[in-house]
Design a binder for this molecule. Structure first.
Ligand code: PEP
Ligand code: MG
Length: 560
């Protein structure tokens, strides 16, 4: 009998395929467990050697078929699987009477600890050792290896949630769609799915029932997974597959009456920036600089920072690039900046607030941004995350100007900042609304929690009222610029509402540029304002979304 599971559609698309489940994580064996009864140390050593060889061969085969980053990750892991010193230490433990599983577990632990103590690049390799260990133990146990399953046929990946490391080896040609029981609209799974253009549903708890081989229909638009799809669902999938192909983004965002809405891109590196420029982005609306810091155990040097920012500026000569200063804390902890023991990290010392506990880091970052600016042609704007008061906005703007940066603004992510946007804008040059955090803080719903996904929806009318308060504040401060750089800007229907609410620029992942532009071009400003009013007056996120979507026929035409 067909079953229907409901979740949150976070990336559009309708597809039918067979499920492959993400394997269960490999649990640790008992500490120092002895050799199995009747098995000699020689036999156990042979088993261990065979298992590590099988893992190395499997990884090499996959590396040969992969490209780019995924290939590099797989090659490095394959090398680690046949690492002699790791196997030698494990064999020594087996000779001393420990079983193969416990021996490789303990030996890898020691190597990972040493690497972590060395710091820098070596510390970053500790994760590879632990990954190899889990693969060898899986081989010894005869259970599936951890990580994205391998398959000759494209499949629908069902998981609890995906970790950043899993996504490095996710091959978009093999995966038809993603379905997770946990994870919210802002989870890693959701962000990766959107950037790869894969249909995805998160926060669908009952999908834990799905098993390998189940045939399912995934509807990333309506947030539904249906087992044993009917003809009606086959029709929906076929119609989606045959949808009209979206025109490429022309490089000019505008409404049907010519009202300009520059469409910018969110990037985390020089490579991202080049790809965004190639997709026609009119500039960068959010450079997440913490991506240059993540995985580091100490502050990057001035030179490292200048090079990282410069690589982005080089891709956008003569265009606007909005650099956000470090946003560490909460879901993006950094060992040298954030306190991992805080009881409530989302409400703790994160973003701009780390200047309180680690003075100097922000000032040095601003100097590095200024240096990179002086070496390139980009029109660089700088902004701080997690600003809560006009005084903070003023302090930040003064710091930025003292570093030689001409245009300084703040993000609007906290309701207090939205309410006082007018006063904030009397003290700085622009604001950019981070709807991901603004939604989490307006609705008091952790953005990472799948169970609260319904609250954590930027279509919530309360969040739209926060956006309206921000644009009203900007008007009162003489019409200073307001952008949106949260994921809301990448939803074509919501983009229309944001423009109707008075937002001037939208910044999104590069894949969203074409769909957002196509839909914006079908409405004029008066119509966008009318739709914004309908959404503001709706009593729920669901009604706000449906009342607006019903008026935008292009969404169906392009399968959005
Ligand atoms: C946001 O909060 O909307 C935002 C753009 O910042 P981040 O997602 O990096 O927290
Ligand atoms: Mg944010």
């Amino acid at each position: 009998m067909s079953k229907k599971f409901t979740g949150v559609g976070v990336s559009a698309g309708r597809v039918i395929g067979r499920v492959r489940r993400m394997p269960e994580p490999i649990l640790a064996p008992a500490d120092g467990a002895p050799l199995p009864a009747g098995v000699s140390a020689e036999e156990e050593t042979a088993r261990l050697t065979e298992a590590s060889k099988a893992v190395a061969t499997g990884l090499k085969e996959r590396a040969a078929l992969a490209t780019g980053d995924a290939q590099a990750v797989l090659k490095a892991t394959a090398l680690m699987a046949s690492d002699r010193s790791l196997l030698k230490s494990a064999t020594k433990l087996v000779t001393g009477g420990t079983c193969a599983e416990s021996a490789i577990w303990e030996a890898a632990d020691a190597v990972a600890t040493q690497l972590t103590a060395l710091g820098g690049y070596m510390a970053e390799r500790a994760g590879d050792v632990l990954d190899v260990r889990a693969r060898i133990v899986a081989e010894l146990r005869g259970v599936p290896a951890p990580g994205i399953p391998d398959s000759d046929e494209p499949f629908i990946l069902a998981a609890v949630d995906l970790a950043p490391a899993d996504t490095a080896t996710l091959d978009p040609a093999k995966v038809l769609a993603l379905v997770t029981s946990d994870g919210g609209p802002q989870s890693h799974t959701a962000i990766i799915a959107r950037s790869l253009g894969l249909p995805a549903i998160v926060a669908a708890p009952e999908t834990t029932e799905l098993a390998d081989g189940d045939l399912v229909f995934v509807d990333g638009i309506d947030g539904q997974v249906v087992t044993d799809p009917s003809e009606a669902e086959e029709h929906l999938a076929t119609t989606y597959a045959n949808r009209e192909v979206l025109p490429d983004f022309s490089g000019t965002g505008e409404l049907s009456d010519g009202y300009r809405v520059p469409l910018l891109s969110n990037v985390g590196s020089g490579e991202d920036a080049q790809a965004a420029a190639a997709a026609g982005a009119e500039g960068v609306g959010l450079l997440r600089t913490e991506f240059c810091f993540l995985g580091k155990d100490k502050e990057p040097t001035h030179e490292e920072q200048v090079a990282a920012y410069g690589a982005v500026f080089a891709a956008f000569a003569g265009k606007k690039v909005v650099v956000r200063t470090l946003d560490a804390g909460a879901d993006k902890p950094l060992p040298f900046l954030t306190d991992s023991s805080e009881p409530n990290p989302a409400l703790g010392v994160r973003g701009y607030r780390t200047d309180l506990t680690s003075p100097g880091v922000l000032e040095r970052q601003l100097k590095a941004i200024a240096q990179a600016t002086s070496e390139h042609e980009a029109d660089v704007w700088v902004m701080a995350p997690m600003i809560s008061t006009p005084a903070e906005a003023q302090d930040f703007a003064e710091m930025a100007k003292a570093a030689g940066l001409a245009t300084a603004g703040t993000m609007i992510e906290v309701p207090s900042a939205a309410v006082l946007a007018g006063q904030i804008l009397q003290r700085c040059d622009f604001v950019s609304i981070g709807t991901n955090d603004l939604t989490q803080y307006t609705m008091a719903a952790d953005r990472q929690l799948g169970t609260l996904a319904e609250l954590n929806d930027p279509w919530q009318p309360a969040v739209l009222h926060m956006v309206a308060a921000t644009t009203a504040g900007a008007q009162s401060a003489g019409g200073k610029p307001v952008g949106v750089c949260g994921e809301a800007a990448a939803d074509p229907a919501l983009a229309v509402v944001l423009v109707g609410l008075g937002v001037n620029t939208l910044s999104m992942n590069k894949r969203a540029l074409a769909p957002v532009s196509a839909v914006l071009r079908t409405v004029d400003l008066a119509n966008a304002q009318r739709l914004a009013k309908l959404a503001l007056d709706a009593p729920s996120a669901e009604l706000a979304r449906s009342v607006v979507r019903a008026e935008l026929s292009e969404l169906d035409r392009f399968g959005l």
